[in-house]
Design a protein around this ligand. Sequence first.
Ligand SMILES: C[S@@+](CC[C@H](N)C(=O)[O-])C[C@H]1O[C@@H](n2cnc3c(N)ncnc32)[C@H](O)[C@@H]1O
Length: 472
Amino acid sequence: MTPGRPRRPDRGRRPAPRKQGPRRPPVQDPPRRAAFDALHAISERDAYANLILPDLLRKRNITGRDAALATELTYGTARAQGLLDEIIAACLDRPLSKVDGVVLDALRIGAYQLLRTRIPAHAAVASAVDLVREVAGSHVAGFVNAVLRSVSEHDEAAWIDRLAPDPETDRIGNLALRTAHPRWVARAFAEALGDTGAELEAALQADDARPEVHLLARPGEISAEELAAITGGDVAPYSPYGVHLPPGTGDLAVSEPLNQHLAAVQDEGSQLVTLAAAEAPVEGSDSRWLDLCAGPGGKAVLLGSLAATSGATVDAVEVAEHRARLVEQATEGLPVTVRVADGRDPGLDGGYDRVLVDAPCSGLGALRRRPEARWRRQPADIAGLTRLQTELLASAFRLVRPGGIVAYVVCSPHLAETEGVFTGAARRAGAEVLDARAYFPGVPALGDGPTVQLWPHRHGTDAMFCALARAR
Ligand SMILES: C[S@@+](CC[C@H](N)C(=O)[O-])C[C@H]1O[C@@H](n2cnc3c(N)ncnc32)[C@H](O)[C@@H]1O
């Protein structure tokens, strides 16, 4: 990638830029360059960190400690972007929007290293200056040097004390900045938790931490105990098929069971909601299951594995062709038939015994795993999503038979996407709402029901929502 040059030199008046020195040859720093290229693709082309970075590392043959540094810088900087921007803005005498995008991404990487890593300040500043020289030219090196020296005058806590709103009058705004969340996301968490105090703080902090990787031990292929022994992980606390990997588990330990289709990467919360969808009792036969939003196939694998052991079959519907292909690959050998169709009207015969609607959503419950999503998502996205969720759920109620189960799942705690969508749809369908907590055995702190909201700070899972209804 060749980032464009800045539209014009970015020279802050405060602090004064250093005089331009003679042009130096570019310094090679492959991990930081990879982090920069990934972050710039995220900010300019709406790329996804979990897709772009592995691709860059593979193509450039960056491995080991260098790959770990590139990953830390990419994910950490993307996750903290809004906080870093506020701090950088406080070191400028012009609006942040006037800073060229290439320069801003280099500043963000530098500020992240200064504030959230143990990299010594002089190395953080020098490496960012070298980086910007390489990607934008020497004429902006002095500007970047001066801004980062200003950033380095305080640590993160001191910057937050200076910049965060007063917690007495704006508790949510204060916590949002402290935990590097957009205010509207912090407010959505507060509304779902019914709390703006210690619990909201714990939820936002857990959401800002690096998540553990969870594996699914595919039922019928390997037990969680065996998978934990092979990978050096721990058996998950709640899912009988889950394994948690400690941070830093090497690729090698994990790649073999993944390549052999014994295991898949899947958050324990996703496993729990799928198990609830598969285990809530239907009245009568239990052999035709439908996964109405199946791509890329994580839950279809678990549903298909469970169906294989009970003699059921699964139809997996996905509107996006390429994602449907991913479902086919993931479910090979399982009793799963993939169909490319719009779940709102998939053209299938009804009469299903179980329908899972794992609806497209804001993903506010998985921000730990999608670092760029927290700054990319906007409140205005919610209305369109809830419309689609409502239509998909109405379709599920048309496709299920009386006595069958509809499971509504989203990876979001936003009340509009959770209770807001489900309550109305179940009422309109005349369905019996089940107490979903009964199908999360052993899972603590599930609230008052009947729906279930999982949380990173309570359960160590993504913030998955699950509601169950029996059709009448
Ligand atoms: C939350 S994801 C599902 C994740 C999947 N169940 C899994 O566990 O891997 C939602 C999926 O719904 C798909 N989708 C969006 N609109 C749809 C529609 N109208 N009908 C069917 N699928 C749709 C998206 O392409 C996306 O793959």
